[in-house]
Design a protein around this ligand. Structure first.
Ligand SMILES: [Zn+2]
Length: 268
């Protein structure tokens, strides 16, 4: 823990109130009271809790596949401050989430709902860019206060760590990002897909599909949409961004591995 930071805590807290909400879509920098190494440490602690609260799919083919998609996407991110990991968790709700430090989890429900690898990559690229732009630690500092994060880094008290992990990343919980943060994760997600060679139209088609399902059966994919409001506006913004990108040849939208993994998780 940085002692200077503690000394200047009141000043830093004041600054965070002033700067906390501002998000510049095209910049991944910005004020963050938690250092990169503290975030890695916090992320590793949370990963232990998350993996107690969710059932990680231990199938080697599924693991190798999700890791492969994640590694391809990493070639298209702006910054790689964190050692990203990728895992599938057994949960049929359509969702994926990334925790501080880059541990990224994909629900079996997302693999079942995605029609192509490009659609799966779209959601992963969005989640990974919340990490690249360090949204979760900024959000957590605002939500819980810097003092509690410091306490968690020191090990937490009376089950604090597991409670907060459940609130933010548990089956019944969920991290709530600001609309600006969501919009930035979409913006950077499109860029990441483009650079990694995935057709960013996969993001448009997947969001459209989810929006249609939610209209037909309200609440059925509530978890994903509760944290991602204004879907129609988001789709418009994503399309506008894609239209500005030079034409490029893409990786195939789908692969045999995708089909095999999808079939495998259906039977879990
Ligand atoms: Zn998001």
């Amino acid at each position: 823990m940085n002692c200077l930071k503690r000394l200047f805590l009141p000043v830093l807290l004041g600054l965070s109130l002033i700067c906390g909400c501002a998000v510049n879509k095209s910049s991944v920098g910005g004020f963050n009271m938690i250092s990169v190494s503290e975030e890695k440490d916090l992320g590793d602690k949370f990963a232990v809790e998350v993996e107690k609260q969710h059932k990680v799919v231990r199938d080697p083919e599924v693991q190798a596949y999700i890791d492969g998609v994640g590694r391809k996407l990493l070639t298209g991110v702006r910054k790689q401050d964190f050692p990203f990991t990728f895992q599938v968790v057994q949960d049929d709700s359509v969702n994926a989430f990334a925790i501080p430090g880059g541990h990224t989890y994909v629900n079996t429900g997302l693999l079942k709902a995605a029609a192509s690898e490009a659609e799966l990559a779209a959601v992963m690229a969005h989640e990974m860019n919340h990490v690249v732009a360090r949204h979760s630690t900024r959000q957590m500092t605002q939500q819980y206060g810097y003092g509690l994060i410091v306490s968690l880094l020191l090990g937490g008290q009376g089950g604090e760590l597991s409670k907060i992990a459940a609130d933010l990343f548990g089956k019944a919980g969920g991290m709530y990002y600001s609309r600006e943060m969501e919009s930035q994760a979409d913006y950077l997600g499109v860029e990441t897909m483009y650079k990694a060679g995935y057709n960013p139209q996969g993001m448009v088609s997947f969001f459209r599909k989810l929006d249609a399902v939610e209209e037909r059966q309200p609440g059925s994919i509530a978890k994903y949409f509760s944290s991602h409001p204004e879907t129609v506006d988001r789709i418009k913004d994503i399309q506008q961004e894609i239209s500005k990108l030079p034409p490029k040849s893409w990786l195939p939208d789908s692969t045999q591995e995708f089909a095999r993994v999808k079939a495998k998780v259906k039977n879990l």
